[in-house]
Design a protein around this ligand. Structure first.
Ligand code: PRP
Ligand code: ZN
Length: 285
């Protein structure tokens, strides 16, 4: 029996959430103790814990069939791999930053300057597109200390909360790319492995849909039902059940998490009572 080999980050910004996503998909596996490889007990999957920067190469060489990495690492790697799913977590940006006391007035600042980064490919392309001629100093870690020790005039690195920049006396001045966690795959998977991947993707999408939606229950006077249904941008026609209280019904539906706050006042004005909004664990479309 073939197994789908998934590479995830061993430790770093993506690791915990990658493990959580696989667990939410129902995969059970021993995790911890610094193991570099582990097998799922209830799904034909093997998980490899690797340095995120190495994952594109492993996936290209089919050592791992798929991987979870930042889009930034995917773009920088320039490997023959493809994105199969954006995962909606670990959002961040790759940005240019300079010492905070600099009066920054625009991209021209970077002409003839030295910029330290672990992302020479992405940054080189960005400078080229913007006609900036700068020296790109490639370093593989702790990029943020480069200006302070006189190695560079600025840096180009991942910014998430911004606290790394702040604590190193730097300020973000340009966004080069936006990034988030993505699932990447080898271009050629054997049929059996592809089938396992399809099953996993189905589960991932169900988990993601569930996160984006809430289950809503409310009580409505019967003569207001139509109005209330019109307010709810539900996915299907809602379920309506009679209440023991004469002339009232209970209405159940699904609502986009981001839409809910927009319609709550309208619902109340239309006479809805006892509104409950509850999380959905899985949502199969
Ligand atoms: C990035 C970057 C900073 C940090 C920024 O590292 O190099 O160290 O995250 O985050 P903050 O804005 O929340 O402080 P990344 O997670 O990509 O780690 P890696 O380069 O070691 O893989
Ligand atoms: Zn890394």
């Amino acid at each position: 029996m073939s197994k789908l080999k998934i590479a995830i980050q061993k430790s770093g910004r993506l690791s915990e959430k990658s493990v959580a996503l696989l667990e939410e998909c129902g995969l059970k596996f021993p995790n911890g103790g610094g193991k570099l490889i582990t097998e799922c007990t209830n799904f034909p999957v093997e998980i490899l814990f690797l340095r995120d920067d190495d994952i594109p190469q492993y996936v290209e060489q089919n050592v791992a069939h798929i991987g979870i990495i930042g889009e930034n690492v995917f773009l920088e790697s320039q490997k023959e791999i493809r994105i199969v799913e954006k995962l909606n977590f670990s959002g961040c940006r790759l940005s240019l930053a300079v010492p905070k006391e600099i009066e920054y007035e625009g991209l021209d600042f970077f002409n003839n300057k030295k910029i330290a980064t672990s992302y020479p490919n992405i940054l080189g392309k960005y400078f080229k597109e913007n006609n900036i001629s700068a020296t790109v100093e490639i370093i593989s870690g702790s990029v943020e200390i480069a200006p302070g020790i006189g190695l560079a005039d600025g840096i180009c690195d991942i910014v998430s909360s911004g606290s790394t920049l702040l604590s190193n006396g730097l300020k973000e001045v340009e966004t080069v790319i936006e990034s988030q966690a993505v699932m990447v795959s080898s271009p050629n998977l054997e049929a059996e492995v592809q089938e396992i991947l399809n099953k996993l993707l189905f589960r991932i999408r169900s988990v993601q849909n569930a996160k984006e939606n809430k289950y809503i229950l409310l009580n409505s006077p019967n003569n207001q039902l139509e109005k209330i249904i019109a307010i709810l941008p539900g996915m299907n026609s809602p379920t309506i059940l009679p209440l023991a209280k004469e002339g009232w019904s209970s209405l159940h539906s699904v609502i986009g998490e981001d839409k809910f706050w927009d319609v709550i006042d309208e619902l109340k004005q239309a006479g809805a009572e006892g509104i409950l909004v509850v999380p959905i664990e899985k949502m199969i479309l």
